[in-house]
Design a protein around this ligand. Structure first.
Ligand SMILES: [Zn+2]
Length: 273
């Protein structure tokens, strides 16, 4: 009996303990990576099915007298997601960028955060000149924007109110894609929560999987390509081509829905009568 016990049974016990330890370590590493990573996974997705189309007073939206406040997570978000719309708006645009996209939390940690900040702010200001936007940087932490952090939230609130918007454009934070950057979602969440304190009558939310309004962006593609290339620290060489391809096919697909060359999709929410 003693011989048998020191044979296969203890060996199986040891093997089981080793496997348990490896699995535990693996789960710990994956959890830590997920916690660190700025992307969030939403599964199952929240989505509004068959929601009716909404007209957010299109004539007012494109009027030269209209003020539009756009809130994004990083320098380049406006160009990546909605520059077709921004290029066609004739009113006064204020672009609020909540973080500097300085990559302070990405490995390797030797990255020059101040230089990243300088370059990315310059790229954003250069790109935004094409659609005559006033750009305001809030300087929040890249990858870790906290929508409830009191000082940042107050700066966002004050900046939004001071811009006296008729329309607010921001990231969707409720019906988001399966994978979403936390700065995108959190900037959208804070913006929507604060929107009722501003003069805005409409909120237009982009990067949504429940659109109810499509803005015709026909004729803006050449300029959009140029604007993506302005963010040369992010999009260059092969990557620039990939990004252009992705943005173009999304614009074409959304255009197909309303029968135009290209379009951009939003979820329009009425804030005030
Ligand atoms: Zn971004």
């Amino acid at each position: 009996m003693t011989q048998t016990n020191s044979g296969w049974k203890p060996r199986i016990g040891r093997l089981f303990r080793s496997i348990t330890r490896i699995l535990f370590l693996l789960v710990a590493i994956l959890s830590l990576t997920y916690w660190w990573n700025p992307q969030k996974i939403h599964y199952p997705q929240r989505q509004l099915i068959n929601s009716p189309r909404v007209d957010p007073d299109l004539a007012t939206l494109i009027s030269p007298q209209t003020r539009i406040t756009v809130v994004v997570g990083h320098p380049d978000d406006a160009e990546f997601f909605i520059s077709g719309t921004l290029l066609k708006l004739k009113g006064q645009i204020t672009l609020i960028v909540v973080t500097d996209g300085d990559k302070s939390y990405y490995p390797p940690f030797t990255t020059n955060v101040n230089e990243n900040r300088r370059v990315r702010r310059l790229e954003q200001t250069t790109a935004s000149a094409s659609y005559h936007a006033k750009v305001i940087f809030l300087g929040g932490p890249d990858g870790r924007y906290d929508p409830d952090e009191p000082a940042l939230r107050d700066r966002l609130r004050q900046t939004m109110i001071a811009s006296k918007p008729d329309y607010i454009i921001a990231f969707e934070s409720e019906y988001v894609p399966t994978i979403q950057h936390r700065d995108h979602e959190n900037s959208g969440k804070a913006t929507l929560e604060l929107a009722s304190q501003t003069s805005a009558k409409w909120a237009l939310l982009f990067a949504t999987n429940s659109p109810n309004f499509y803005f015709d962006t026909t004729g803006t593609w050449t300029k959009r390509e140029e604007l993506l290339a302005v963010h040369a620290s992010q999009f260059y060489g092969e990557k620039l081509e990939r990004v252009k391809g992705f943005v173009m096919s999304k614009a074409e697909n959304e255009g197909e829905i309303i029968g135009t060359e290209t379009a951009e999709a939003f979820r329009a929410i009425k804030l005030k009568p």
